[in-house]
Design a protein around this ligand. Structure first.
Ligand SMILES: [Zn+2]
Length: 114
């Protein structure tokens, strides 16, 4: 049985556990990053990339699949096509950027306002 860890955050959209570990890993490897864009795909794989203050990528795009050695067959073909995205958001590094910076980055990266 997996231990349930209660993560106390501000709520909005807490990343899943495996995701959170990946996000932390990415942030560690990307000192300039202010956050990580997380894109969930309908197959269960994820795409992630660190973002800098200007909303530009601060790392390579990383694809991974929870509890798996590699991404699924579908993703290896279409590289996580946009049409299969189920959810996307930015997980901010703390301290989080100010409201306007966040908004600018989210709009630039995800193309939507949350
Ligand atoms: Zn996949």
């Amino acid at each position: 049985m997996a231990k349930k860890q209660h993560t106390s955050g501000k709520g909005v959209l807490p990343p899943e556990k495996g995701e959170q570990a990946m996000i932390e890993g990415i942030l560690e490897g990307s000192p300039d990053a202010v956050g990580v864009a997380v894109i969930r795909l309908n197959c269960g794989c994820r795409k992630m990339a660190a973002l800098d203050q200007a909303g530009d990528p601060a790392s390579k795009i990383i694809m991974y699949r929870d509890n798996a050695e590699s991404i699924c067959d579908q993703c290896s073909v279409d590289h996580g096509d946009f049409s299969r995205v189920t959810k996307q958001f930015v997980s901010w590094k703390s301290p989080e950027p100010d409201f306007y910076t966040k908004k600018m980055i989210v709009t630039k990266v995800l193309g939507t306002e949350e």
